[in-house]
Design a protein around this ligand. Structure first.
Ligand code: DGY
Length: 359
């Protein structure tokens, strides 16, 4: 699909993206925009080299693509100056290779914060109240009357939510769970951001002033502390770590952060949510853990070998699985497309790249 065929700058988008604002931005600024209409979901390096061709000023790409040395060399050879991922995560992008070939890299943070946090909250609720299981039960025609034991789940109020990675998304999620469900909070963030601290303190004061039980919070000194608290705490006088929600970036330090050993330190009835990147969780160990601990539940938006699930995961009743849709609201996806276009356009036109993960 070609827009503005006579435009001076050739910009390629490897996928069609929601909305029209991003298209208008590019064509109004003298770009010839080519949108790949290839039906297959994941494009190979060879497919993308063919799209880049002999002359290409910039590319908007997707998190399913492998943006390494080969692609940046090809883009640079075609005169390309800019690449933007339509994602906040950029573990599919070799930023060093881009720097080496003089290609600026952009990503799309901010616009997906609340949407992603809302999905993490949805998975938390769905897991706690066994909503997906109960839906399946109903549809299978198995409901034959109210019973005291039918799909009994967990109350969130007064329990503790653990957040690993309290950046933009993790903080938004924590706020939703604390404010929305009056959960206590324990969190760990590598950069030791204080934004959550300020919020929970102020919220606690507000509850107190209104004669309500204040929420408690704790900033953990390590990632494993968040997980381990659950193991050592099992009295009613202290909150347990009830939900662990993962929001870190994927890198060497977070690869298989959740593994056989760390799962073993978690509460047997804990809920694990992952809306970050699949490889943060050792999925084989997780399947085994789910089998051994039927009261342990997970809500997963991401998988180790997307689009595939490890054998057995799809059969587990205590797992809720959705296909990487955390940022999938109309407003957010249109915003991501717009930011990606601005990133590429900015570099081509000599303005600063809107969002540069290097900065
Ligand atoms: C991202 O942006 O990194 C998400 O995984 C997709 O929105």
């Amino acid at each position: 699909e070609v827009w503005n065929p006579n435009g001076k700058y050739r910009v390629v988008s490897t996928k069609s993206m929601p909305g029209t604002r991003w298209i208008n931005l590019l064509i109004e600024q003298d770009c010839r925009l080519e949108i790949c209409t290839e039906k297959k979901t994941i494009l190979s390096v060879e497919d993308i080299i063919a799209l880049i061709g002999d002359k290409c000023d910039g590319v908007i790409g997707q998190l399913t693509e492998d943006w390494g040395e080969t692609l940046f060399a090809a883009l640079s050879k075609a005169g390309g100056k800019a690449f933007s991922n339509m994602a906040v995560g950029y573990n599919n992008v070799d930023v060093n290779a881009a720097n080496k070939y003089g290609v600026a890299v952009g990503n799309t943070p901010g616009v997906l914060t609340e949407t992603t946090a809302e999905l993490a909250a949805s998975l938390s609720l769905a897991a706690a109240r066994r909503i997906v299981e109960a839906d399946g039960f109903m549809r299978a025609g198995l409901y034959d009357g109210w019973l005291p034991h039918l799909f009994v789940g967990n109350l969130l109020k007064g329990q503790t939510v653990g957040v690993i990675g309290a950046g933009r998304i993790g903080s938004a999620y924590a706020r939703m769970m604390v404010e929305g469900f009056k959960m206590n909070l324990i969190y760990f963030d590598l950069y030791q951001s204080t934004r959550l601290e300020k919020f929970v303190t102020a919220y606690g004061q507000f509850l107190k002033a209104n004669g309500e039980q204040p929420v408690t919070w704790k900033r953990a000194s390590s990632m494993s502390e968040v997980l381990q608290e659950a193991d050592v705490v099992n009295s009613f006088t202290y909150s347990i770590v009830f939900i662990i929600s993962l929001h870190p970036v994927l890198d060497k330090t977070t690869y298989h952060l959740i593994n056989k050993e760390s799962l073993a330190t978690m509460k047997k009835e804990a809920i694990l949510i992952n809306c970050s990147r699949g490889p943060v969780v050792d999925e084989v160990a997780l399947v085994e853990h789910l089998k051994q601990n039927p009261m342990f539940r997970v809500g997963l938006d991401v998988f180790e070998d997307e689009p595939y699930m490890k054998p057995g995961l799809g059969e587990m009743k205590n797992a809720i699985v959705v296909p990487h849709i955390a940022s999938a609201s109309k407003w957010t996806r249109e915003g991501m497309a717009t930011l990606a276009a601005l990133n590429v356009l900015g570099k081509i036109k000599g303005y600063p790249v809107w969002h540069d993960p290097n900065r």
